[in-house]
Design a binder for this molecule. Structure first.
Ligand code: GCW
Length: 717
């Protein structure tokens, strides 16, 4: 072999070997180095008894074999009968013998249809380990959960776990277009290769389903909410069917976005009026056609009469008319309609934050049983921090599902390390007070506050065809954490970070401890260097990359950052209190009072609810101007701390991911400074004050920052 060819091959092989690490996400299955733990597992994992034959069970067994071989260097024997002791028994309830069913009865009573049991049991005097649930997908969840125990080096002693998801619909929303661009996507192009489907099944589809199943995600909306009707044509449905076939054994249902005007665009009708019999029929027939191909099709996600999307209002009808018409079409097949409440109108420029509530709250109780209203976590749009959306808790007779954004549209794209479960947890823990103290958003979302029949959590996916799926290695943690919180909205983000780090990198405490802290603090860092003290939506417009607090020339008032910060010589902030737009009145009285009063309003939300003078005294004694400037500086300092932490991790992890994260943190550092300098220079024009001691001098002029243009920033169509 010629040397050059040899070198080429070597580079290729080592490249793919290295790239694999990133690709494997949180399913690294690293060798267990703790001898005591390893030997516990080894003795229980010599034999696997598989009680069944379904695709899903085969996947479960294969996953166990892969994990055990990789973590323990042990190849388990696969059997179909229980003989001897210390077997790992895998199978769903119907496949268990009566002895086992009896032994586990009280555990089965505790779980729902998707829940699982992992337990050490004694059967006829013999110790066995069992993973079971009421059906095979539940068993698969149990298997992944067991592998997580292994990956996190958790002892098997006294093992007895029964765990069920607290929500029904745990779903990713892909804002993927048919040309494979991804709206607000920062990790390459769409995974769905429509041109090669249905005949070419990319291994990536399988790996995608596997990763999702491993964290309990059970649904995926394949297409952008800014929808294209073509996805509903036979040509595309055939491709969707192929994907649904891949995902099914992993327990993942496929959903599509429905463009409201589809009956006109692909059905040759004159109207899409939801009360028109022909339109109603068109959707009914469309549902029949889809369910013939995909019997477990999940249903439709709809963005209607929002940001230019067509909807029932085009015909003088309302959201209820539109949603219920579609609900009727999919109801015979058990489908659901996820109707989005993300609406705001250019005709109501008073306060965008009030519009979804104003438009939807009065529909409470009017939607059909299989409609669930999908509400973003906050009333504006996925900002680094927003108070919880006032609709949560305010529609007792309507199931509401949470929409989080996993992709970092407003949080530095995939170049900034921001651990989002911290943000998600803050929202889920917020108290709506709608049924007294303790009426948290989590309780609205999991249906326990109002006994809703369907419940759900959606996350706008951050996944693309980048080798590492999410662009930033740490953005994988946001996908992971979303899935974990959709399963259990009461999980602590620190627990999530811990699990993820151990499964993704290493169990070494010297690595875990500092890096976990880095992750936990990363959310506050981004708030500090972008939008401290309740500022919001001051990103440059369109692409939302970098600061643009000065933008004021867009046609719709609420598209301009100046609309949100309202800085003038008197002060800064959006007055949403009684003296302003009175948005606070959309909350329960306890919350309203808290936010309305300048004294009690949490400082983290100060400028969200109040216009405050530059000399206003903050709780720490600083003036608002000084405090704001110091927050921006603190954000930058936090990024430096993150870099220092990361720089010490080299010896614990592979060089590739170490280097990647190191480079990305350097970008984050530069951009944090950019944010600080641009915003402070801009606001300084109004405050007319010097930067306080401790805040670094800007290195460029305001004009320079204003001159920066990014015509090809990703994710912007
Ligand atoms: O966050 C905004 C985005 C739009 C998005 C819209 C929505 C899909 O800037 O790109 O459109 O929200 O959620 O519908």
């Amino acid at each position: 072999m010629k040397l050059s060819r040899f070198v080429f091959l070597f580079v290729l092989i080592s490249f793919s070997a290295l790239a694999q690490k990133d690709y494997k996400l949180w399913l690294q299955y690293n060798k267990i180095t703790n001898p005591a733990i390893a030997s516990e597992y080894k003795s229980n994992l010599k034999n696997i008894v598989s009680l069944g034959n379904s695709e899903t069970l085969k996947i479960s067994i294969k996953e166990l074999e892969t994990g055990i071989l990789s973590m323990l260097d042990q190849k388990p024997q696969i059997k179909t009968e229980i003989e001897g002791e210390n077997n790992l028994i895998i199978g769903s309830k119907p496949s268990l013998n009566s002895d086992l069913q009896k032994t586990l009865q009280s555990d089965f009573d505790k779980i729902n249809s998707e829940g699982f049991i992992i337990k050490l049991v004694v059967l006829k005097n013999k110790k066995q380990l069992i993973i079971t649930g009421k059906n095979d997908v539940a068993v698969l969840y149990g298997v992944f959960s067991f592998l997580r125990l292994m990956q996190t080096n958790t002892s098997l002693k006294n093992l007895s776990i029964s765990d069920s998801p607290k929500t029904n619909i745990r779903i990713l929303n892909h804002w993927d277009n048919l040309d494979r661009t991804v709206e607000r996507g920062y990790a390459g192009f769409s995974l769905w290769n429509w041109q090669k489907l249905p005949d070419f099944i990319d291994q990536r589809y399988v790996d995608y389903a596997r990763a999702n199943a491993s964290i309990g995600i059970n649904g995926t909306v394949l297409t952008n909410v800014n929808a294209n009707a073509l996805i509903l044509t036979p040509q595309y449905l055939e491709k969707v069917e192929a994907l649904a076939n891949v995902f099914r054994p992993y327990g993942i249902k496929v959903y599509l976005t429905a463009r409201f005007s589809a009956p006109i665009e692909i059905g040759n009708l004159k109207t899409a009026d939801p009360k028109d019999p022909e339109v109603m029929n068109w959707w009914k027939n469309k549902a029949v056609e889809i369910y013939k191909r995909i019997p477990d099709f999940g249903g439709f996600l709809v963005k209607a009469n929002s940001e230019g999307q067509p909807g029932p209002q085009n015909y003088g009808r309302d959201h209820v008319d539109g949603a219920n018409m579609l609900a009727d079409a999919v109801a015979p097949f058990g489908g659901v309609i996820m109707w989005r409440a993300f609406v705001y109108s250019e005709h109501d420029a008073n306060d965008r934050a009030k519009q979804a509530y104003a438009e939807f709250q009065l529909y409470d109780g009017k939607f059909k049983e299989n409609v669930i209203v999908q509400v973003k976590n906050g009333a504006i749009d996925f900002q680094p921090r927003e108070p919880f959306h006032p609709l949560f808790g305010a529609m007792p007779k309507t199931p509401l599902m949470m929409e989080f954004q996993i992709t970092q549209e407003y949080l530095g794209f995939s170049t900034h390390l921001v651990f989002l479960p911290k943000l998600f947890q803050e929202v889920l823990e917020s108290d709506t007070y709608r049924k007294g103290k303790g009426s948290t958003v989590a309780k609205v979302v999991d249906g326990s506050l109002y006994n809703n029949k369907i419940t759900g959590i959606a996350g706008v996916a951050n996944i693309g065809n980048d080798l590492n799926w999410t662009g930033h290695p740490f953005a994988q943690a946001n996908w992971y954490g979303f899935g974990r919180l959709a399963w259990n909205p009461y999980l602590d983000s620190e627990v999530i970070a811990d699990e993820w780090l151990r499964s993704t990198f290493s169990n070494d405490e010297n690595f875990i401890k500092p890096v976990k802290k880095m992750m936990i603090d990363s959310r506050e860092a981004v708030v500090n260097y972008m939008t401290p003290l309740g500022l919001h939506h001051i990103m440059d417009t369109g692409h939302h990359y970098g600061p643009g607090p000065w933008v004021s020339n867009l046609s719709r008032p609420e598209w301009n950052p100046v609309y949100y910060h309202k800085a003038d010589k008197n002060g800064i902030g959006f007055d949403r209190s009684k003296s302003g737009t009175n948005a606070t009145a959309q909350y329960a009285i306890e919350v309203e009072k808290l936010f309305d009063n300048l004294e009690t309003c949490p400082e983290k939300d100060l400028l969200w609810f109040h216009h405050v003078s530059w000399d206003y005294k903050l709780k720490n004694g600083q003036t608002l101007w000084n405090g704001l400037a110091l927050k921006y500086q603190e954000g930058v300092n936090q990024v430096v701390t993150m870099q220092n932490i990361w720089n010490k991790t080299e010896k614990y992890i592979d060089a590739e991911r170490f280097n990647e994260v190191q480079m990305l943190l350097e970008i984050q550092n530069k951009e944090a400074k950019w944010w600080r300098d641009a915003c402070l220079l801009y606001f300084q024009q109004y405050s007319g004050k010097e930067l306080p001691a401790g805040v670094e001098k800007p290195t460029q002029t305001l004009d320079y920052f204003k001159s920066l243009k990014f015509p090809f920033a990703p994710g912007n169509g």
